[in-house]
Design a protein around this ligand. Structure first.
Ligand code: MLT
Length: 228
Protein backbone atom coordinates (compact mmCIF):
# COMPACT_ATOMS: atom_id res chain seq x y z
CA UNK A 1 0.00 0.00 0.00
CA UNK A 2 1.21 3.60 -0.70
CA UNK A 3 1.45 6.28 1.97
CA UNK A 4 -1.40 8.14 0.24
CA UNK A 5 -4.08 6.57 -2.00
CA UNK A 6 -6.36 8.82 -4.05
CA UNK A 7 -9.58 7.25 -5.35
CA UNK A 8 -10.98 8.76 -8.54
CA UNK A 9 -14.45 8.13 -9.95
CA UNK A 10 -15.31 11.32 -11.78
CA UNK A 11 -18.60 9.95 -13.15
CA UNK A 12 -19.85 10.09 -10.53
CA UNK A 13 -19.01 8.57 -7.10
CA UNK A 14 -16.14 10.82 -5.99
CA UNK A 15 -17.86 13.86 -7.50
CA UNK A 16 -20.91 12.95 -5.41
CA UNK A 17 -18.85 12.40 -2.25
CA UNK A 18 -17.15 15.81 -2.54
CA UNK A 19 -20.54 17.43 -3.17
CA UNK A 20 -22.18 15.77 -0.16
CA UNK A 21 -19.44 16.88 2.23
CA UNK A 22 -19.34 20.40 0.77
CA UNK A 23 -23.13 20.60 1.28
CA UNK A 24 -22.81 19.76 4.99
CA UNK A 25 -23.15 15.98 4.99
CA UNK A 26 -21.80 14.48 8.24
CA UNK A 27 -19.88 11.71 6.45
CA UNK A 28 -19.89 9.34 3.51
CA UNK A 29 -19.69 5.62 4.28
CA UNK A 30 -18.88 3.37 1.32
CA UNK A 31 -19.96 -0.21 0.67
CA UNK A 32 -19.38 -2.60 -2.20
CA UNK A 33 -22.30 -4.74 -1.04
CA UNK A 34 -25.86 -3.36 -1.01
CA UNK A 35 -27.11 -5.75 1.69
CA UNK A 36 -24.26 -4.78 4.00
CA UNK A 37 -25.12 -1.12 3.42
CA UNK A 38 -28.72 -1.73 4.43
CA UNK A 39 -27.69 -3.75 7.48
CA UNK A 40 -25.16 -1.21 8.81
CA UNK A 41 -27.31 1.85 8.08
CA UNK A 42 -30.29 0.25 9.86
CA UNK A 43 -28.70 1.26 13.18
CA UNK A 44 -28.57 4.90 12.09
CA UNK A 45 -31.48 7.22 12.99
CA UNK A 46 -33.74 7.72 9.97
CA UNK A 47 -33.40 11.49 10.09
CA UNK A 48 -29.59 11.22 10.15
CA UNK A 49 -29.07 8.85 7.23
CA UNK A 50 -29.44 8.64 3.48
CA UNK A 51 -29.01 5.46 1.46
CA UNK A 52 -27.56 5.91 -2.05
CA UNK A 53 -27.43 2.90 -4.34
CA UNK A 54 -26.33 2.85 -7.96
CA UNK A 55 -25.79 -0.06 -10.35
CA UNK A 56 -25.13 0.35 -14.05
CA UNK A 57 -25.56 4.11 -13.66
CA UNK A 58 -29.16 3.80 -12.44
CA UNK A 59 -30.63 4.22 -8.95
CA UNK A 60 -31.21 0.97 -7.08
CA UNK A 61 -34.94 0.59 -6.27
CA UNK A 62 -35.74 1.17 -2.61
CA UNK A 63 -32.81 3.51 -1.99
CA UNK A 64 -33.23 7.19 -1.12
CA UNK A 65 -30.83 8.31 -3.84
CA UNK A 66 -28.93 7.03 -6.84
CA UNK A 67 -25.49 8.52 -7.43
CA UNK A 68 -26.20 11.93 -8.90
CA UNK A 69 -24.28 14.79 -7.25
CA UNK A 70 -27.14 17.06 -8.30
CA UNK A 71 -29.43 15.34 -5.80
CA UNK A 72 -27.02 16.16 -2.96
CA UNK A 73 -28.29 19.62 -2.03
CA UNK A 74 -27.74 21.08 1.44
CA UNK A 75 -31.48 20.68 2.17
CA UNK A 76 -31.20 16.96 1.43
CA UNK A 77 -27.84 16.04 2.99
CA UNK A 78 -27.02 18.56 5.78
CA UNK A 79 -26.12 16.77 9.00
CA UNK A 80 -26.75 13.31 7.51
CA UNK A 81 -24.47 10.35 6.78
CA UNK A 82 -24.61 9.13 3.18
CA UNK A 83 -24.37 5.35 3.02
CA UNK A 84 -23.38 4.73 -0.59
CA UNK A 85 -22.69 1.80 -2.89
CA UNK A 86 -21.87 2.25 -6.57
CA UNK A 87 -20.79 -0.03 -9.38
CA UNK A 88 -17.09 0.81 -9.21
CA UNK A 89 -16.16 3.87 -7.12
CA UNK A 90 -17.01 2.49 -3.71
CA UNK A 91 -15.25 -0.76 -4.57
CA UNK A 92 -12.11 1.15 -5.46
CA UNK A 93 -12.25 2.91 -2.10
CA UNK A 94 -12.63 -0.39 -0.28
CA UNK A 95 -9.64 -1.80 -2.17
CA UNK A 96 -7.35 1.00 -0.92
CA UNK A 97 -8.83 1.49 2.55
CA UNK A 98 -5.74 0.09 4.32
CA UNK A 99 -3.46 2.83 3.01
CA UNK A 100 -2.18 5.28 5.63
CA UNK A 101 -4.10 8.13 3.99
CA UNK A 102 -7.11 7.69 1.71
CA UNK A 103 -8.74 10.62 -0.09
CA UNK A 104 -11.35 11.00 -2.85
CA UNK A 105 -10.75 13.15 -5.92
CA UNK A 106 -12.67 14.43 -8.91
CA UNK A 107 -12.28 17.43 -11.21
CA UNK A 108 -14.55 19.52 -8.99
CA UNK A 109 -12.17 19.25 -6.01
CA UNK A 110 -8.88 18.71 -7.84
CA UNK A 111 -7.37 21.88 -6.36
CA UNK A 112 -8.05 20.75 -2.79
CA UNK A 113 -6.44 17.38 -3.55
CA UNK A 114 -3.29 18.95 -5.02
CA UNK A 115 -3.05 21.35 -2.04
CA UNK A 116 -3.27 18.40 0.40
CA UNK A 117 -0.61 16.34 -1.41
CA UNK A 118 1.79 19.31 -1.49
CA UNK A 119 1.12 20.02 2.20
CA UNK A 120 1.66 16.38 3.35
CA UNK A 121 4.42 15.45 0.87
CA UNK A 122 3.70 11.68 0.97
CA UNK A 123 6.60 9.50 -0.22
CA UNK A 124 4.34 7.41 -2.45
CA UNK A 125 0.99 8.30 -3.97
CA UNK A 126 -1.37 6.01 -5.85
CA UNK A 127 -4.04 7.64 -7.97
CA UNK A 128 -6.61 4.89 -8.45
CA UNK A 129 -9.04 5.29 -11.34
CA UNK A 130 -12.21 3.30 -10.66
CA UNK A 131 -12.87 2.50 -14.30
CA UNK A 132 -15.82 0.37 -15.26
CA UNK A 133 -15.86 -3.25 -14.11
CA UNK A 134 -12.07 -3.45 -14.42
CA UNK A 135 -11.76 -1.60 -17.71
CA UNK A 136 -9.93 1.65 -18.50
CA UNK A 137 -11.71 4.95 -17.92
CA UNK A 138 -10.97 8.07 -20.00
CA UNK A 139 -12.43 10.46 -17.44
CA UNK A 140 -10.71 8.91 -14.41
CA UNK A 141 -7.37 8.80 -16.23
CA UNK A 142 -7.70 12.45 -17.28
CA UNK A 143 -8.48 13.37 -13.67
CA UNK A 144 -5.38 11.50 -12.50
CA UNK A 145 -3.46 13.54 -15.06
CA UNK A 146 -5.06 16.74 -13.77
CA UNK A 147 -3.83 15.95 -10.25
CA UNK A 148 -0.29 15.14 -11.44
CA UNK A 149 -0.29 18.23 -13.67
CA UNK A 150 -1.43 20.37 -10.74
CA UNK A 151 1.47 19.06 -8.64
CA UNK A 152 3.94 19.82 -11.44
CA UNK A 153 2.55 23.34 -11.81
CA UNK A 154 2.92 24.10 -8.09
CA UNK A 155 6.47 22.69 -7.72
CA UNK A 156 9.63 22.97 -9.75
CA UNK A 157 9.81 19.18 -10.03
CA UNK A 158 10.23 17.58 -13.42
CA UNK A 159 7.71 15.02 -14.65
CA UNK A 160 10.38 12.31 -14.29
CA UNK A 161 10.81 13.26 -10.62
CA UNK A 162 7.14 12.66 -9.82
CA UNK A 163 6.06 9.95 -12.27
CA UNK A 164 6.30 6.45 -10.79
CA UNK A 165 5.22 4.73 -14.01
CA UNK A 166 4.33 5.33 -17.66
CA UNK A 167 0.65 5.66 -16.77
CA UNK A 168 1.28 9.01 -15.05
CA UNK A 169 2.91 10.46 -18.17
CA UNK A 170 0.05 9.12 -20.27
CA UNK A 171 -2.55 10.60 -17.89
CA UNK A 172 -0.91 14.05 -17.92
CA UNK A 173 -0.84 14.01 -21.73
CA UNK A 174 -4.53 13.03 -21.88
CA UNK A 175 -5.46 15.78 -19.42
CA UNK A 176 -3.42 18.44 -21.29
CA UNK A 177 -5.14 17.46 -24.53
CA UNK A 178 -8.65 17.82 -23.04
CA UNK A 179 -8.31 20.27 -20.14
CA UNK A 180 -10.29 22.96 -21.96
CA UNK A 181 -13.03 20.59 -23.05
CA UNK A 182 -13.58 18.00 -20.33
CA UNK A 183 -17.27 17.72 -21.18
CA UNK A 184 -16.27 16.86 -24.74
CA UNK A 185 -14.01 14.13 -23.36
CA UNK A 186 -16.89 12.76 -21.28
CA UNK A 187 -19.00 12.51 -24.43
CA UNK A 188 -16.36 10.19 -25.95
CA UNK A 189 -16.07 8.10 -22.78
CA UNK A 190 -18.00 4.81 -22.61
CA UNK A 191 -19.40 5.65 -19.19
CA UNK A 192 -20.22 9.18 -20.30
CA UNK A 193 -22.24 7.67 -23.17
CA UNK A 194 -23.93 5.29 -20.73
CA UNK A 195 -24.98 8.22 -18.55
CA UNK A 196 -26.17 10.21 -21.57
CA UNK A 197 -28.39 7.27 -22.49
CA UNK A 198 -29.80 7.60 -18.94
CA UNK A 199 -30.49 11.32 -19.56
CA UNK A 200 -27.76 12.41 -17.11
CA UNK A 201 -26.57 15.33 -19.26
CA UNK A 202 -26.55 17.75 -16.33
CA UNK A 203 -24.47 15.33 -14.27
CA UNK A 204 -21.78 15.31 -16.94
CA UNK A 205 -21.76 19.11 -17.07
CA UNK A 206 -21.49 19.36 -13.29
CA UNK A 207 -18.71 16.75 -13.06
CA UNK A 208 -16.72 18.40 -15.87
CA UNK A 209 -16.16 21.61 -13.86
CA UNK A 210 -12.69 22.11 -12.38
CA UNK A 211 -11.87 23.20 -8.82
CA UNK A 212 -15.39 24.36 -7.99
CA UNK A 213 -15.40 22.82 -4.50
CA UNK A 214 -12.69 23.44 -1.91
CA UNK A 215 -13.43 20.19 -0.09
CA UNK A 216 -11.30 17.10 0.56
CA UNK A 217 -13.04 13.83 1.48
CA UNK A 218 -10.55 11.94 3.69
CA UNK A 219 -10.93 8.53 5.30
CA UNK A 220 -11.29 8.78 9.10
CA UNK A 221 -11.96 5.07 9.70
CA UNK A 222 -12.17 2.19 7.21
CA UNK A 223 -14.82 3.08 4.65
CA UNK A 224 -15.87 6.36 6.34
CA UNK A 225 -14.85 9.64 4.71
CA UNK A 226 -15.32 13.08 6.20
CA UNK A 227 -14.35 16.61 5.29
CA UNK A 228 -10.62 17.27 5.93
C1 MLT B 1 -19.34 3.98 -10.57
O1 MLT B 1 -19.19 3.71 -9.37
O2 MLT B 1 -19.00 3.24 -11.50
C2 MLT B 1 -20.02 5.24 -10.97
O3 MLT B 1 -19.99 6.13 -9.91
C3 MLT B 1 -21.39 4.90 -11.48
C4 MLT B 1 -22.26 6.12 -11.67
O4 MLT B 1 -22.75 6.66 -10.70
O5 MLT B 1 -22.42 6.56 -12.79
Amino acid sequence: MPECAIAVDVLRATSTMATVLAAGGEAVQVFSDLDKLIQVSESWPLEKRLRAGERGGAKVPGFDLGNSPLDCTPETVKGKRLFISTTNGTRALQRIQNAQTVIAAAFINRGAVVKFVLEKQPETVWIVGSGWEGSFSLEDTACAGAIAHGILQKTNLSVDEIAGNDEVINAIALYCQWQDNLLGLFHHASHGKRLLRLECHEDLKYCSQSDTLDVLPIQKEPGVLKKY
